[in-house]
Design a protein around this ligand. Structure first.
Ligand SMILES: [Zn+2]
Ligand SMILES: [Zn+2]
Length: 150
């Protein structure tokens, strides 16, 4: 996955006429990390200490703005929350049903946008894979092992 240059995005947004406060730049920088999948609440919690004046509304507004301008995509893998992803383009996501962790996975599934499938034009596609992540599998395994020892 490509690394995103947040200072370039800051420049582009300023060129478009947006005013970017320190808090907004901090959110941008945070969310553009590699392989990052965050909810607004997670970003807020993580930045609150460094930016005590930060409000959750600012986080929401900034994420909305970045999505609108095409720097983030929204992942709806978990019906209870919206997750923001700085990796653009169609890529499959894995969701752990035990701990709720989300990660990008490699897969052979290939869907191209703006191509026709059976005469229908594809404009958007999401590939969500659900299961138990490797960390949770390991935990389950060691739990089983310790149980069978007793
Ligand atoms: Zn897990
Ligand atoms: Zn992703």
């Amino acid at each position: 996955m490509e690394k995103r240059d947040y200072s370039k995005i800051v420049r582009e947004l300023k060129d478009k006429g947006y005013t970017l406060s320190m808090a907004r730049i901090a959110i941008l920088r945070y969310v553009m990390k590699e392989n990052a999948h965050y909810t607004a609440e997670e970003i807020y919690k993580n930045l609150k200490e460094e930016y005590p004046t930060l409000s959750i509304a600012t986080v929401y507004n900034t994420l909305k703005l970045l999505s609108k301008e095409g720097y983030l995509q929204q992942i709806m893998i978990d019906p209870n929350k919206v997750i923001y992803d700085s990796t653009l383009g169609i890529h499959p996501h894995f969701y752990c049903k035990v701990c709720g962790k989300i990660e990008d996975i490699n897969s052979d599934i290939k869907i191209q946008l703006n191509k026709e499938i059976n005469g229908n034009r594809v404009e958007e596609a999401h590939i969500y894979v659900y299961g138990v992540c490797k960390d949770c599998l390991k935990k389950q395994k060691s739990k089983r092992e310790s149980l069978s020892l007793n």
